[in-house]
Design a protein around this ligand. Structure first.
Ligand code: AMP
Length: 500
């Protein structure tokens, strides 16, 4: 993950032309010599910066786009939604055969210029739901042209991981349009972000705090923004970004299209929506705060002192191909990761106290399979979009039911099956009751299949239903999205079973 990413330059011919597909998303290498402080008023310094070739890449033809048969594009359901050829090619190449429910619901409205208030969790395909039509609107508007140095689409999102992922998706989906895009977030030096802003991108993805810093220093101007996306609005408010978000919005022209996405819809988010959206279309793909139906969820009642032994037994199961283990504290995450290492189980740890490069290394190790296990705190639960996470384990129950929903949403992504196992000690029974109440679902009790070392289990042992673990290969994932097997994103709209 790099603090600044930019790619694309404007194709010379009509970007709608299928033959005009341009180069792959390119990343600039991270600076090894970032000497500037991360805050403060540096506008004057910014003028003295060398004119680096920021955000200018040499566009190349993506052979996969060009190789697609014209009928594959014409017949794609994404074409029926009104999307143009180069965008449809990008999603077909990604293996998307069917729009997800949120995509089907919102894309036509966004293309018509409507504001959107959408309740959708991560994992539902919401990023493409806003990026695809928003990019098309930028192309359709024509003026100012793509690549002209005006930020036209701003995406605000709470965490740097999410920001990086969205920026990466903009690169993938906008590849053939020659869209220039950049991400800025806090916790890293501001230097490269300043440099990148000397030639502003078409699309800026940002976390609110750093963006506001850059605006105050007059490094970023938002006066040409025509499209604003507030992603994970509930999380942004939870993280205390409400004032920053409002200040940022005040520097954007009121004549704009605003799209607000939130996993849950508490009154605080509805209030923000009322003040920011103009006659929005309301869309909800799952009931608020319910959990994804394709995830098998269970709880194990276990004494606190027995949790680590239980975790090791669970992780040694060959069905656990890739697991995220959640703890409630940074210290706890480090300690657990060390203890697992002593038992011969390699894991990476990620939490808010780690430097950006340490977080990047941990995520890379998890992504590329060097570490099969990632130990994380909640700071990581929103931002991780890694395919093939077969298991989420709540080593400690989270303090809010919303966090539970977001944690377990790291598995079962894109309609795949996944398993979430929560360890509950006697002191956590009330948290469990909250989770079951808010998610309107009783968790299956899974046996703690080892003799307790200290205290007896607090709940009678019951047999659990085990779902087959998803085949996470790319071909299997693509197969899951074929129309003949309607268990794609539709799984997310299935009413929750097992209610009591
Ligand atoms: P999101 O909810 O935006 O985080 O997306 C979750 C995952 O679903 C990402 O890995 C996307 O690449 C993937 N995805 C998005 N739309 C589709 C689709 N229509 N078909 C299959 N996968 C998709």
């Amino acid at each position: 993950m790099k603090p600044v990413r930019s790619s694309g330059s404007r194709p010379s011919a009509d970007p709608r032309s299928a033959s005009n597909h341009r180069g792959p998303h390119q990343r600039r290498p991270a600076s090894g010599q970032e000497r500037r402080p991360s805050s403060g008023h540096q506008h004057q310094n910014h003028r003295r910066l060398p004119a680096l070739p920021i955000a200018e890449t040499v566009p190349t033809l993506d052979p996969r786009h060009a190789a697609l048969d014209a009928s594959a594009v014409a017949d794609s359901p994404f074409t029926s939604l009104g999307l143009i050829d180069p965008i449809v090619r990008a999603v077909v190449v990604e293996g998307y055969t069917e729009p997800s429910p949120i995509q089907r619901e919102v894309i036509p409205h966004i293309l018509q210029g409507r504001d959107i208030l959408a309740c959708a969790q991560t994992g539902t395909g919401k990023t493409a739901a806003f990026v695809l039509p928003a990019l098309q609107r930028l192309v359709a508007a024509g003026e100012p042209a793509l690549g002209s140095g005006a930020i036209r689409l701003l995406v605000l999102t709470p965490t740097r991981e999410l920001a990086t992922q969205i920026d990466e998706r903009v690169g993938v989906y906008g590849r053939a349009l020659g869209v220039r895009h950049t991400v800025v977030f806090g916790g890293v030096s501001q230097f490269r972000q300043e440099v990148a802003m000397r030639n502003p991108p078409d699309v800026l993805v940002a976390t609110p705090g750093r963006l506001l810093d850059l605006i105050k220093q007059r490094i970023v101007r938002l006066d040409r923004v025509t499209h604003l996306v507030l992603d994970e609005a509930d999380r942004m408010l939870d993280m205390g970004f409400i004032r920053d978000v409002r200040s940022i919005c005040a520097s954007i022209p009121t004549q704009r299209q605003t799209l607000l996405f939130s996993a849950t819809m508490p009154e605080s988010v509805s209030g923000l929506a009322r003040s920011m959206l103009n006659n929005p279309v309301h869309v909800s793909v799952t009931p608020p705060a319910t959990t994804v139906a394709s995830i098998e969820q269970s709880v194990v009642f276990v004494a606190k002192a027995d949790k680590r032994a239980l975790l090791e037994r669970v992780l040694l199961d060959s069905k656990v191909l890739r697991a995220i283990v959640f703890t409630n504290t940074k210290h706890g995450a480090n300690r657990l990761s060390d203890q697992l290492a002593r038992s011969g189980i390699e894991s990476a740890a990620i939490h808010g106290n780690k430097s950006q490069s340490a977080r990047d290394r941990a995520l890379d190790a998890f992504r590329n399979g060097t570490s099969r296990v990632l130990v994380a705190t909640d700071v990581a639960s929103r931002g991780i979009d890694i395919d093939g996470v077969t298991h989420v384990i709540n080593y400690e129950l989270p303090n809010t039911a919303e966090s539970y929903v977001h944690r377990i949403g790291r598995t079962g992504r894109a309609g795949a099956a996944g398993e979430a196992i929560s360890f509950c000690d006697p002191s956590e029974r009330r948290l469990l009751a909250d989770i079951e109440r808010v998610s309107r679902r009783r968790l299956a009790v899974r046996p703690n299949d080892a003799p307790p070392t200290n205290t007896p289990p607090t709940e009678p042992v019951q047999p659990s239903r085990k779902a087959p673990i998803a085949d996470t290969s790319l071909s299997a994932r693509i197969n899951r999205f074929t129309p003949k097997k309607p268990r794609t994103f539709d799984a997310l709209s299935i009413p929750i079973a097992n209610r009591r």
